[in-house]
Design a protein around this ligand. Structure first.
Ligand code: ADP
Ligand code: MG
Length: 267
């Protein structure tokens, strides 16, 4: 669904060119949930913008659903992004003069009765009902973050790119966000979530670790790990709601079910 090959992105700085991304390559399959982790400044947001067709690479290639967004005209790229990608910006980018409900509706190409129902469901699920008529300026950062996620989900794109979507949230609201992303994945969606913490790891199929613009490692689910409530198998089955698989919902945030190989492996 998404791939990048030898992706490099440099920025001009006073000290000379600075490579925020330095030869990054990986692939994400359709229906996969990838978490991208790394310290602040490691290039996570730059990577997500490049994958989302919003930041042209200095070199290397990006493909989304088999197409290179940077090979298109800017108008075609904008249409492509609108059709394929729901982007949750780290700084939200809500429309200041539209209330919460209208901000979410504004992301939709067509506002029919089904779309309105979907938006009301998202508003309820993400705990935004009491603030549905409020202006963004009156919202807390956590509320804005959830509006940004609802806007991305409402149009049911094949790909969600989310930049630290739980960065301003308390654990309960963060759990609601990940539950919603997991439901989106179960429905066939592909998710890439950037986070500087480890909370997304419990929900992801794989974790890509960035450091100073390079891929430091790719975590694979630990096949040798214990089976049971804490194992990736049971979590995954739970996420996919397979019948008969045990797995309590509680405590998944505390677990680190991933295993980082000592040397980076391609993904
Ligand atoms: P992260 O999201 O992991 O915190 P970013 O992708 O935002 O990191 O930034 C990676 C590095 O690139 C940082 O050192 C940042 O200062 C630098 N950077 C990002 N955007 C620009 C820019 N427009 N001009 C110069 N440097 C930038
Ligand atoms: Mg960032």
């Amino acid at each position: 669904m998404v791939s990048c090959e030898h992706l490099v992105r440099t920025f001009a700085t006073r000290a000379g060119p600075f490579a925020a991304l330095d030869d990054v390559s990986f692939r994400v399959a359709r229906g996969e949930f990838l978490a991208v982790q790394g310290p602040s400044g490691s290039g996570k947001s730059t990577l997500l913008l490049a994958l989302g067709g919003m930041l042209r690479p200095s070199s290397g290639t990006v493909a989304v659903d088999g197409q290179d967004p940077y090979a298109m005209s800017s108008a075609a790229r904008a249409r492509f992004r609108a059709a394929k990608i729901g982007f949750v910006f780290q700084l939200f980018h809500l429309v200041p003069y539209l209330d919460v409900r209208r901000n979410i509706l504004a992301g939709l190409p067509l506002v029919d009765a089904a779309a309105r129902d979907r938006v009301e469901e998202l508003i309820a699920e993400l705990g935004l009902a009491p603030r549905a008529g409020a202006a963004p300026a009156t919202l807390s950062a956590g509320e804005r973050q959830r509006v940004a996620l609802a806007r991305a989900l409402a149009k049911q794109p094949p790909l969600i790119l989310a930049d630290e979507p739980t960065g301003n949230l308390d654990p309960d609201n963060a759990a609601a966000v990940f539950r919603r992303l997991a439901a989106y994945q179960r429905a066939g969606g592909t998710v890439i979530v950037v986070t500087h913490g480890t909370d997304a790891a419990a929900h992801a199929d794989r974790v890509l670790r960035l450091r100073a613009g390079s891929v430091e490692g790719v975590a694979t689910e630990d096949a040798g790990g214990e089976r049971g409530a804490a194992s990736p198998e049971s979590r995954r089955s739970e996420r996919r709601a397979s019948p008969g698989t045990p797995g309590p919902d509680a405590g998944v945030f505390a677990r680190r079910p991933f295993h980082f190989p000592s040397s980076p492996s391609p993904c």
